[in-house]
Design a protein around this ligand. Sequence first.
Ligand SMILES: C=C(O[C@@H]1C=C(C(=O)O)C=C[C@H]1O)C(=O)O
Length: 131
Amino acid sequence: MSTDPRAGDAAKYVDPEIMSELLSMRSSIDNIDAALVHLLAERFKATQRVGVLKAKHKLPPADPGREKAQIERLKRLAHDAQLDPEFAEKFLNFIIEEVIRHHQALTGSSEQPPQAPRDPNAPFDWASDQA
Ligand SMILES: C=C(O[C@@H]1C=C(C(=O)O)C=C[C@H]1O)C(=O)O
């Protein structure tokens, strides 16, 4: 029985010579996934600082204009990098939703973020929530 965490179920049905090629590719995937986790951790530290600033100065948790610009920018970058721009948009919206949830928790707002996927053209209606 294999104890290599990269092997997964493939060890049961993949020939040994193909398996070593697969394991080598999975090593790169492991490194990339580790980098993604570290990058996300740094991004959430940065957005948490923004959330503290917003709470301190009573600013709304969401900024739809900033989100729209950021999503458009990342879609252009994704396109240039041969990554599906629609996927990049969904991924960023997923992260932003979580960030807004954190910001709402810091401000004590009960506003629920819109369900994913967030429409970048539909502004988050912070003002009406304050009425
Ligand atoms: C981080 C911020 O707060 C929210 C989260 C954003 C993000 O994760 O990129 C962008 C805009 C805001 O809706 C910000 O205002 O900069």
